[in-house]
Design a protein around this ligand. Structure first.
Ligand SMILES: *[C@@H]1O[C@H](CO)[C@@H](O)[C@H](O)[C@H]1NC(C)=O
Ligand SMILES: *[C@@H]1O[C@H](CO)[C@@H](O)[C@H](O)[C@H]1NC(C)=O
Ligand SMILES: *[C@@H]1O[C@H](CO)[C@@H](O)[C@H](O)[C@H]1NC(C)=O
Ligand SMILES: *[C@@H]1O[C@H](CO)[C@@H](O)[C@H](O)[C@H]1NC(C)=O
Ligand SMILES: *[C@@H]1O[C@H](CO)[C@@H](O)[C@H](O)[C@H]1NC(C)=O
Ligand SMILES: *[C@@H]1O[C@H](CO)[C@@H](O)[C@H](O)[C@H]1NC(C)=O
Ligand SMILES: *[C@@H]1O[C@H](CO)[C@@H](O)[C@H](O)[C@H]1NC(C)=O
Length: 754
C-alpha cells in the first residue's frame, strides 16, 4: 500500500509478482526435508522476568527435546521473543510442528507469512493548524515507534533543531549501519529485522529506506517543520508532522522483494515495547486469520498490555465490502478520506475540445500538439489488439507509437512508462476507478473517465490525423471530505459485533518526505527525484491518527490506550452523507479532529481483561486465548454472564440483524469515565434510522468528581430490512455544556446465507 506504491502496490498483478518472488525464495531455501519458518507461542509468561538468555535457553531446551541435540536445536532457532511475550521463531518440518503443537505449555504454532504494505495541507484540513496549542514539554518526551520500510535519516523532516537528548525512559538503540548516517535527537532509534535468510537484491540490510514509504509515514506522524516543501512546484507549503517535537524510532520490517514477515513484525513489537515507545504506528496489511493468530493483532495486544496504543491502516481493498483488515478491538483501525485539494491536467484535443484529466503530471509540453492514437490501433498484430488497447508491454508496435500520445484503458499501472520506452510522447489513461486519487506519472500523462474517454476515441476515429496535447497539472479545490474509493470497508470480517474501521483521516495525495534512492514512480525510465512526494492509501491516513494519538497523549500522559482511542473516536466529525453509500463501514466514527480529542468529557475505558472477555464472548476458547493472555487459567464460562450484546465497552455499537422475519433486539452495556469537569451532567440524545428504536437508560448521567464511572444500557430494536440494504446507522450522543460524546450505532444486515 504505497504512492505509486500506495494502493497501486496492492493491484492484483503486483500481488501476484510479490507472491511469486516470495514463493521462489521459499522453495530455493528448502533442502531435502521441507522446512519452513514458524512462530511457536509459549503460554507461560511468568518466566519473562528472568534474563533474556535464560528465557532463550528454555526455547533451546524445548527444541532439543524434539530434535535430540542442543546443536540441532540452536541451528533451527531463528529468534527468541523474550520481552513482552514468550515465543520463538524456528525453521521446522511439518512433522516437528505437529509434535510441538501437542506439547504442554505450547500455545499455538503459526506459520510465518508475509504481509504487504498498505503534509502540509492535510493537517490544516482536519483542524490542527500550526498555531494549535501544544504541550511542548511533554510532546518532546513522546516517542513514536513506526514499523515500516525504514527511514531516510538525512531528510529535513528529521532534523533535530531545538530538541534535547532522548527522554530518560528511552532504552532503544541506533547503531551505524550500511549506508545509514545514524540518528540524532529527533530520530532516536533505528533498527531492522530480517529473520528469514533470503537475500534481498533490491534492498539493503540497514534501517535505510530504499522505498520511501517509511520516510513518508514517519514524517507525516512526527516530521519537523520544513518550509517550502513541494513536488516539482506543486502543493508548495510548509510540511510538518502532527507532533513535530515528538521523537521517532524506526523499526524496519518491510523489505523490497518479500514484504513484511510475521517473525519480523513480532520482533519489532517486542523491541519497541521494551524500548519505551508511547505509540506504535503500523501501515502494513493484516492477514486474514483470527485475533489470536495474526502477528499485528498479537503484537498490538502485547503493546496494549504495556499501555501502548497501536494505530494501523484499515487496508486498500475498497470499495469491496468486508475488506477491512487490522480489525482487532485493541487496534485503532484507520480508513482514508480525501482532502480538498485535487490535481488536474488539461488535455487540448485537435478538434478544439478541452478535457480535464486527473493526476500529477509535472511535464510542460514543448509543442502545441502531438499526433494522437489509440492503443487498440497500434497493436503489433491483430491477435494482440486486446492487450494493446490496455497498452500492455510487448503488445504495441514501436513504429506506430513513436512521437505520439497514446490512449489506453487502465489494466495495470505504469503504462506511461511502457509508452515512453517505445518513444511515445504521452499517455491518456481511461478508468472509472481510482479517479479520486492523483496518480503521479513519469511522462506526460493523465486519467479520464469512460464517458470522456468515449468522446476522445470517437474523435481519434473521426479524422485522419488526430492530435492532442497534455498540459502540466494544476492544483484546484475539490469537495471534501469523502471516503477514498480504495479505503477498505466494513463489515468487520473478524467479528459481526464490532464496527470497523474506527476512524477516518486524510489519505489521498498526501505530501510528505521521500527518499532520493527511488524515483517518484519507481518505474523504468522515470527521471523525477524529489525530497517530497504525494502518496495515497490508508498507509498515509494511519500516521495522521497515530499523530493525533501522540498529541492527545502529550496532554494526558496517563490515559490508557482505550481512553485515547475513545477520545479521538467520540469527538470525530461525522462524515455520513447521502452520496456515501457505505457510511460508517467506510469511515467509522468519522473524520479525526485532534484538537477536540484533547477534551472529550467522557471516555469508554478498557483494560486487557475486558478484551479477553470480548474474545470469550466471540467464541475463542481457553487454549487459543493463552497466546495472548500468557496464562492457561482463563475460564471463559466464568467471565461471560450479563455482558450484553457485544461484551465490550467500545465507543461504537454494532447490532447484527438475526433473521429476516423477526425484529432483532440488542442490549449494549457501557461504562463511561469522567475526564472532564469534576461536576457535570450529561444528557443523552438518540438518533435512530427508520425501522429502528434506540433507547438508553438512564438518559442523564451526573458526575461529582474526576475519574468517576457511570454505567448505562442501550437497547436497540430493529425491524427486518430489505436484503438490498447492507446497513443503516444512528447514534447516541451524551451532551453537557462544552462536551459532545458521540457514538455511532450501526445496524448490520448480513447477506443471506445459502
Ligand atoms: C550503499 O553504499 C555503497 C558503497 O558506498 C554503494 O555502492 C551503494 O550503492 C549504496 N546503496 C544504496 C542503496 O544507497
Ligand atoms: C478481445 O476482447 C473481446 C471483447 O472484450 C472478446 O470478445 C475477445 O474474445 C477478445 N479476444 C481475444 C483474442 O482475447
Ligand atoms: C465523467 O466525468 C464527467 C465530469 O467530470 C461526469 O459528468 C460524468 O458523469 C463522468 N462519467 C462517468 C462514467 O463517471
Ligand atoms: C483462532 O485460531 C486458533 C488457532 O488456529 C484456534 O484454536 C481458534 O479456535 C480460532 N478461534 C476462532 C474464534 O476462530
Ligand atoms: C478450543 O478450540 C479448538 C479449535 O476450535 C478445539 O480443538 C479445542 O478442543 C477447544 N478447546 C476447548 C477447551 O473447548
Ligand atoms: C470454568 O468455570 C465453570 C463455571 O464456574 C466451571 O463449571 C468449570 O469447571 C470451569 N472450568 C475449568 C476448566 O476450570
Ligand atoms: C438534562 O436534562 C435535565 C432534565 O432531564 C435538564 O434539567 C437539564 O437542563 C438537561 N441538561 C442539558 C445540558 O441539556
Amino acid at each position: 500500500m504505497i504512492g505509486y506504491h500506495t494502493y497501486i502496490c496492492s493491484s492484483p498483478i503486483r500481488h501476484l509478482l510479490l507472491f511469486l518472488i516470495a514463493l521462489t525464495a521459499l522453495q530455493a531455501a528448502n533442502g531435502d526435508v521441507k522446512k519452513d519458518f514458524y512462530i511457536v507461542f509459549i503460554t507461560d509468561h511468568s518466566i519473562l522476568d528472568k534474563e533474556e538468555t535464560a528465557v532463550q535457553q528454555t526455547h533451546v531446551d524445548l527444541l532439543a527435546s524434539l530434535k535430540g541435540s542442543e546443536a540441532d536445536a540452536r541451528e533451527s532457532l531463528v529468534h527468541s521473543y523474550t520481552k513482552s511475550f514468550n515465543a520463538f521463531a524456528a525453521k521446522l518440518s511439518e512433522d516437528e510442528v505437529g509434535k510441538l503443537s501437542s506439547l504442554d505449555g505450547v500455545g499455538s504454532v503459526i506459520p510465518n507469512r508475509y504481509h504487504k504494505l498498505h503534509t502540509t495541507k492535510s493537517w490544516e484540513f482536519i483542524g490542527l493548524p500550526p498555531t494549535a496549542k501544544r504541550n511542548l514539554q511533554v510532546e518532546s518526551n513522546i516517542i513514536v515507534g513506526v514499523l515500516d520500510t525504514g527511514i531516510t535519516p538525512q531528510s529535513q523532516s528529521f532534523k533535530d533543531h531545538g530538541l534535547g537528548p532522548p527522554p530518560a525512559k528511552w532504552k532503544g538503540t541506533c547503531n551505524h549501519f550500511a549506508n545509514f548516517s545514524g540518528c540524532n535527537n529527533k530520530l532516536i532509534g533505528a533498527r531492522y529485522f530480517k529473520l528469514d535468510d533470503f537475500p534481498d537484491p533490491d534492498d539493503i540490510l540497514s534501517p535505510l529506506d530504499v522505498d520511501g514509504h517509511g520516510t513518508h509515514t514517519s514524517s507525516t506522524l512526527a516530521g519537523s517543520l520544513v518550509p517550502n516543501a513541494n513536488v516539482y512546484g506543486l502543493a508548495k507549503g510548509t510540511a510538518r508532522g502532527a507532533v513535530p517535537s515528538a521523537r521517532v524510532a524506526m523499526y524496519k520490517v518491510c523489505w523490497a522483494s518479500t514484504g513484511c514477515s510475521d517473525m519480523d513484525i513480532l520482533a519489532a513489537f517486542d523491541a519497541a515495547i521494551a524500548d519505551g515507545v508511547d505509540i506504535i504506528s503500523i501501515s502494513i496489511g493484516g492477514l486474514s486469520g483470527n485475533y489470536t493468530t495474526d502477528s499485528i493483532s498479537m503484537g498490538s495486544f502485547y503493546a496494549m498490555r504495556k499501555g501502548i496504543l497501536t494505530v494501523a491502516s484499515a487496508g486498500n481493498e475498497g470499495p469491496n465490502i468486508g475488506s477491512v483488515t487490522n480489525h482487532a478491538p485493541w487496534v485503532f483501525t484507520v480508513a482514508a478520506s480525501g482532502i480538498d485539494r485535487g490535481f488536474r491536467s488539461k488535455i487540448a484535443i485537435g478538434n478544439g475540445q478541452t478535457v480535464s484529466g486527473i493526476g500529477v503530471n509535472t511535464f510542460e509540453p514543448t509543442q502545441k500538439s502531438y499526433p494522437l492514437t489509440s492503443g487498440m490501433d497500434v497493436a503489433k498484430d491483430s491477435k494482440r489488439r486486446n492487450l494493446s488497447s490496455l497498452c500492455i508491454e510487448e503488445s504495441m508496435d514501436p513504429k506506430k507509437v513513436k512521437g505520439k500520445i497514446v490512449y489506453c484503458k487502465l489494466a495495470v499501472w505504469g503504462v506511461d512508462s511502457v509508452v515512453k520506452a517505445l518513444g511515445g510522447i504521452g499517455t491518456i489513461v481511461e478508468s472509472d476507478l481510482f479517479l479520486d486519487t492523483a496518480q503521479i506519472f513519469m511522462a506526460p500523462a493523465t486519467m479520464v473517465n469512460s464517458s470522456k474517454g468515449k468522446s476522445i476515441t470517437a474523435y481519434i476515429h473521426s479524422t485522419r490525423s488526430p492530435s492532442a496535447v497534455i498540459y502540466r497539472s494544476q492544483e484546484l479545490k475539490v469537495q471534501a471530505p469523502f471516503a477514498a474509493s480504495f479505503s477498505s470497508r466494513g463489515p468487520n470480517p473478524g467479528s459481526q459485533r464490532l464496527l470497523k474501521p474506527d476512524i477516518s483521516a486524510p489519505g489521498i495525495d498526501i505530501l510528505a518526505s521521500y527518499t532520493r534512492l527511488r524515483s517518484l514512480t519507481g518505474l523504468k525510465g522515470d527521471t523525477q527525484y524529489s525530497d517530497f512526494t504525494f502518496m495515497s492509501g490508508t498507509s498515509m491516513s494511519c500516521p495522521h491518527v497515530s499523530g493525533a494519538a501522540a498529541y492527545v497523549k502529550s496532554f494526558h500522559p496517563n490515559w490508557s490506550p482505550a481512553s485515547i482511542k475513545s477520545a479521538i473516536m467520540t469527538t470525530a466529525t461525522p462524515m455520513s452523507s447521502k452520496t456515501d453509500r457505505d457510511t460508517e463501514f467506510a469511515h467509522g466514527a468519522g473524520q479525526v479532529n485532534p484538537v477536540k480529542a484533547l477534551s472529550p468529557g467522557l471516555v469508554y475505558d478498557m483494560d486487557d481483561f475486558s478484551y479477553i472477555q470480548f474474545l470469550c464472548h466471540e467464541g475463542y476458547n481457553d487454549s487459543s486465548l493463552a497466546n495472548l493472555a500468557g496464562q492457561q487459567q482463563i475460564n471463559c464460562s466464568k467471565l461471560l454472564p450479563a455482558t450484553g450484546e457485544d461484551a465490550i465497552n467500545y465507543p461504537t455499537m454494532q447490532l447484527r440483524l438475526k433473521s429476516n422475519q423477526e425484529p432483532t433486539t440488542g442490549i449494549f452495556r457501557r461504562v463511561v469515565t469522567n475526564v472532564g469537569p469534576s461536576q457535570s451532567v450529561y444528557n443523552a440524545t438518540m438518533k435512530a434510522p427508520k425501522g429502528v428504536v434506540i433507547t438508553v437508560k438512564p438518559t442523564s448521567l451526573s458526575f461529582s468528581r474526576a475519574s468517576q464511572k457511570r454505567s448505562f444500557k442501550v437497547v436497540v430494536k430493529a425491524n427486518p430490512m430489505s436484503s438490498k440494504v447492507l446497513m443503516v446507522s444512528g447514534s447516541l450522543t451524551w451532551r453537557s455544556p462544552g462536551h459532545t460524546v458521540r457514538s455511532p450505532i450501526v445496524i448490520f444486515n448480513p447477506p443471506l446465507r445459502h
